[in-house]
Design a protein around this ligand. Structure first.
Ligand code: ADP
Length: 182
C-alpha cells in the first residue's frame, strides 16, 4: 500500500475531497496548503495577514512562505501523507524533492484529477468560498494552466503519474483511486 501520495489538478477538480477521504481511511496526514493558509487567515496571524490579499485575488502565495508551511507540517512521524495543493509550480516541485530526500520519504504516486474547464468553473461558483468569485476563479484557472499544469509532464517523466477522471461522482472517483493505490 502506497503511503506517500500527491494530488494534482485544477482548482475545483476535487483534490481536497478525495485527499480527505483517503487520509481519514488510512490515518494519513492530509497536508493541504490552501487549508493551512485559510486557517492562518481565520486566526488572523501575522502570516494570515500577509497572505490574505493574495489569496483573495486568486494569486499564488510566495514559494518561500508555502515551503515554510510544508516543512513545519511534514514531520517524520506520520503513518503516511497526502499532499494537496502543493507543489503548484516547478520551483515548489524542486523544493519538495529536496525535503523528501532529507526525510527519506520518496513520493510514491501522483494522482492527476482531470476535469473539463467548464465543469470546474461551475463547481467553484457553487462552492462559494471567499476566494470563489467569478474573477478570482478565472484568475486561478489561468494561473493553474500556466504554472501548475507543466507539473503533469514533470511527474509523468518520473513515472509517478496516475490519471483519474475527475468528472464522475465522488464514489466512483474514490474507488478508482483506491484501485490505483495498491
Ligand atoms: P483550490 O482548490 O481552489 O486551488 P486551495 O485550497 O488549494 O484551493 O488554495 C487556495 C489558495 O491558497 C490558492 O488560490 C493560493 O492563493 C493559495 N495556495 C495554496 N497552495 C499554494 C501553493 N502551493 N503555492 C502558492 N499558493 C498556494
Amino acid at each position: 500500500m502506497k503511503k506517500h501520495l500527491l494530488f494534482l489538478g485544477a482548482p475545483g477538480a476535487g483534490k481536497g475531497t478525495q485527499a480527505q477521504l483517503l487520509s481519514q481511511a488510512n490515518s494519513y496526514l492530509h497536508l493541504s496548503t490552501g487549508e493551512l493558509l485559510r486557517k492562518e487567515i481565520e486566526m488572523n496571524t501575522i502570516l494570515g495577514k500577509q497572505v490574505k490579499e493574495t489569496i483573495n485575488r486568486g494569486e499564488l502565495v510566495s514559494d518561500d512562505l508555502v515551503l515554510k508551511i510544508v516543512k513545519q507540517n511534514l514531520d517524520q512521524d506520520n503513518k503516511g501523507w497526502i499532499l494537496d495543493g502543493y507543489p503548484r509550480n516547478l520551483t515548489q516541485a524542486n523544493s519538495l524533492n529536496k525535503i523528501l530526500l532529507e526525510i527519506n520519504q520518496p513520493l510514491e504516486v501522483v494522482f492527476y484529477l482531470d476535469i473539463p474547464e467548464e465543469v470546474l468553473i461551475q463547481r467553484l461558483l457553487l462552492r462559494g468560498r471567499k476566494d470563489d468569485t467569478e474573477d478570482t476563479i478565472r484568475r486561478r484557472v489561468d494561473i493553474y494552466k500556466k504554472t501548475t499544469e507543466p507539473l503533469i509532464q514533470y511527474f509523468k517523466d518520473l513515472s509517478l503519474l496516475k490519471y483519474i477522471d475527475g468528472n464522475k461522482d465522488l464514489n466512483t472517483i474514490s474507488s478508482d483511486i483506491k484501485q490505483k493505490m495498491a
